[in-house]
Design a protein around this ligand. Sequence first.
Ligand code: ADP
Ligand code: MG
Length: 392
Amino acid sequence: MRAQDAATALFEQLTGRAPDGVWSAPGRVNLIGEHTDYNDGFVLPFAIPHRTYAAVGMREDGRIRVASTFADDAPVEIAVDELTAFFPTPTGEHPAVAEWAAYPLGVAWALQLAGAAGRGVDIAIASDVPVGAGLSSSAAIEGATASALNDLYNAGFDRTALARIGRRAENEAVGAPTGIMDQMASMLGEPDAAIFLDCRTLDANLVSVGIAEAGLEILILDTRVQHSHSTGGYRERRESCERGAAIMGVPALRDVSVGDLGRAEELMDDVTFRRVRHIVTENRRVLDTVTTLRERGARAIGDLLVASHASMRDDFEISVPELDTAVEAALSAGAIGARMTGGGFGGSAIALIERDSVQAVSDAVTAAFAASGFAPPHTFTVTPAAGARRDA
Ligand code: ADP
Ligand code: MG
């Protein structure tokens, strides 16, 4: 069943009536710019065709109930007035509700804090975004819920405000210290375009990627190694970045340039320096990728993708053997560029490949996984797709 129909069916099963509407938001893949978002830097993600749907209807009793096809748990229900007693979650603690339910309930909570008048609703969720694959099923559930409640509450928030609300839910209700990239990509996506985002100002510019016109494809290599951002590694990297910025005497690593790296190396321990060097060079690579796409086209960005992967593997140390294997096998099979994408510690890599080599590169990665004793990867192509919207 299509995810949109599944959300509607779940709503009907839950309430015995039709939803007031169905809203959706997509997952995203990041072309380049990893862990730069919470350093006030630059990113270049695009929304993917996989989406999360929220079928939603108002209730008159001031209670909010969420259900998802993702969770076998019973639906979670609380009074709208009680939301503030559940959240925020003290950093690193698990929320007082099932973790998945903290995403939609956290969005309802964050909307109220932003000034919306919360009311009772039933929310039924279904998705075709792979969960925990680095394709931001989290931003998709946040974006679908935020768009629905924004409309039903007549709150009038714009897309950027809804992205901030989603991020607040993820940071403070779920307790995952992620940046703003995922939510912005999911809210602002457009067909054929990547979103060049300045994470300090939230200035967003669409950049045509021209993948199809160049005769290319972007292949997702989902390692099926599950990651979780609520746990250790992601938080540790953030702390290293904050330490590095403090040592350099700047508000964020965005303010450190490649030319400052010599001084940084003298001032910091080796690990902190390598974390800093990843962020500083990655910001540069995002800017270079945007210029290259505009001036020379998609075929010319391969080396930047490869350099980004090496920096994440060696300096930021967020890759895993499955991701390195996927990238190496894709490049050996003729990919123009490849890199892990998303927060790391699992999830997916992307490969930029010739249109007629989808099968060959997929087969090569699958064979390399088998040779290393890894479970088979999922591979599929994606094209830049539309952001959050109302579907019905
Ligand atoms: P990613 O965003 O890379 O997929 P995250 O760990 O950030 O991974 O978010 C995954 C979590 O988001 C899931 O474990 C679940 O708690 C929640 N989630 C995502 N999609 C859904 C869904 N359709 N229904 C319920 N919860 C979901
Ligand atoms: Mg996520």
